[in-house]
Ligand binder design. Structure first.
Ligand code: SF4
Ligand code: SF4
Ligand code: SF4
Length: 297
């Protein structure tokens, strides 16, 4: 048995079912995502059937993402120390029932792998590896088992370069949490709503119930300096989630629809937009804040 498999087995202890799920998920990433892709249109036809929210809630409480802003993404990819935050307090950041451990161990040990969603949806823009596993435990498993998905070891700088390049093309970042991977984060994704099963799943489940989403908002909302805004409409086109509109020459913003991804801020040529920590939203996955207020000592 390979060392990385042994580490994974040890992590799951007696929950051999979770070990098997984890093993299948990462060793056969693509068929796993392909099955979800095939099921989604059916779910899209059944949004009128409200009891389906029970299924969505079951899945999402065990497998979900936290959207992360550019600044918070950069902090994660600059980590040079271990972070362990395991407590119910984390639910202020990740308000989910089962998977909410914030664990970054040897976070500078990074593997990049092809994104199965982009492959399934035939994303023509991004062909390079854009999923990142942080930490030796998971990254070495990818390197051992993900050759078919071009898994390779990358530096923090290489990962950030890819992320910055893709953000310019309209991709956002998410940290994924999954019960089967130990209930903690470990994978940082770079996703586009047109080619991401997770964002597509949420677009469907939000029709069942507006709060039924696999993707937790970053925790930031956007403020606009109206003196700087030239009403060019770029932010309207940039936002994937319909949070910004231009109605009769007036720019409107619906923060309930905003995931705080920061794309509009990056794309405003007038620097009229900025993020602020919104007290009515989940707390951001800001490593400085996690170290100060959430980490176990
Ligand atoms: S969640 Fe995002 S990066 Fe991860 S596999 Fe799907 S599209 Fe790719
Ligand atoms: S991109 Fe900036 S300048 Fe253009 S409408 Fe949006 S806030 Fe205003
Ligand atoms: S308004 Fe849209 S683009 Fe801007 S941060 Fe919110 S979700 Fe992202």
């Amino acid at each position: 048995m390979k060392e990385s498999t042994r580490i994974m087995l040890k992590k799951h202890g007696w929950r051999i079912d979770r070990f098997i799920h984890n093993y299948i998920y990462f060793a056969f990433y693509y068929p796993y995502v392909k099955i979800v892709q095939l099921v989604l249109p059916l779910a899209g036809l059944l949004t009128w059937f409200k009891p389906l929210s029970v299924v969505g809630d079951f899945v999402f409480s065990r497998y979900h993402s936290k959207v992360i802003s550019v600044g918070d993404t950069q902090k994660i990819f600059s980590l040079n120390e271990d972070i362990t935050a395991i407590s119910e307090k984390n639910k202020r950041i990740i308000p989910m029932k089962y998977a909410f451990k914030i664990l970054f161990k040897e976070a500078d040990y990074i593997a990049a792998m092809d994104c199965p969603c982009k492959k399934a949806y035939n994303d023509k823009v991004v062909t390079e590896p854009s999923c990142f596993a942080l930490g030796k435990g998971l990254a070495s498993f990818w390197l051992d088992h993900g050759q078919k998905y071009h898994a390779r070891k990358v530096t923090q700088k290489e990962a950030l370069d890819t992320i910055n390049k893709l953000r310019k093309l309209g991709y956002i970042n998410q940290a994924f949490f999954k019960v089967a991977t130990g209930g903690s984060t470990g994978v940082i994704c770079t996703c586009h709503p047109d080619t991401c099963v997770s964002l597509k799943a949420s677009a469907i489940t939000k029709k069942i119930h507006p709060y039924l989403s696999q993707n937790i908002e970053s925790g930031y909302s956007v403020q606009c300096d109206t003196k700087k805004c030239k009403k060019c409409g770029t932010c309207v086109k940039t936002c994937h989630f319909g949070a910004i509109k231009m109605v009769n020459g007036i720019r409107t913003y619906n923060k309930d629809l905003c995931l705080g991804c920061e794309l509009c801020v990056e794309n405003c040529a007038q620097n009229a937009l900025s993020l602020y920590v919104d007290p009515v939203k989940a707390v951001p996955l800001d490593i400085d804040l996690v170290k100060k207020e959430f980490a176990n000592r």
